[in-house]
Design a protein around this ligand. Structure first.
Ligand code: CUA
Length: 174
């Protein structure tokens, strides 16, 4: 089949069901556009945008000091660490793991510091579906209050190479 010039007068303005569909899609776009800033201020699962510049080496040093001081166990070679209620916790993302495993108390508020050692990773807490970017060079502080007990899985949701699909972490809430 070869390309040919369309006949004159090929354009017909949308009508009937097509017009209705365009209207519905447009309305939904507008609703979503309004909801994004609305949830930014009213939602309870948003970052405050608190972030600081940090080198990966300096961040890892802080995280490791935190791990050594608060370690309570180990699982599959990864330390389980329990921060003091109301205190700081550190979570390191790197190709292709999360370090350490955090053990938190329900109803307590923590300052969870997130950063990456290498490239852009994604922090996706499941099954709650809370999502944050994890970037090298930034200490992103999440003020976090667990509201339910259980074992939560951190999935990396930014493609970060060959081990991306196996980059899982854990947050335990007791
Ligand atoms: Cu880390 Cu994908």
């Amino acid at each position: 089949m070869s390309l040919s010039i369309p006949e004159r007068g090929w354009y017909k303005a949308p009508a009937g069901a097509e017009k209705l569909w365009i209207g519905l899609a447009l309305t939904w776009c507008l609703v979503m556009s309004v909801m994004m800033p609305y949830w930014h201020f009213r939602g309870k699962q948003n970052s405050r945008g608190e972030a600081y510049a940090v080198t990966p080496a300096a961040f890892f040093e802080r995280a490791d000091t935190f791990v050594q001081a608060n370690k309570v166990g180990e699982r599959d070679g990864i330390p389980i660490v329990e921060p003091a209620p109301g205190g700081d916790a550190y979570l390191v993302a790197r190709m292709w793991s999360w370090y350490p495993i955090l053990r938190l108390r329900e109803g307590q508020t923590y300052r969870v510091h997130l950063s990456s050692m290498d490239l852009n990773h994604g922090f996706s807490l499941q099954p709650l579906n809370m999502n944050f970017q994890v970037l090298p060079g930034y200490d992103h502080v999440l003020t976090l209050t667990p509201t339910s007990k259980g074992e939560f899985t951190i999935v990396c949701n930014e493609f970060c190479g060959i081990g991306h699909d196996r980059m899982f972490g854990k947050i335990l809430v007791e």
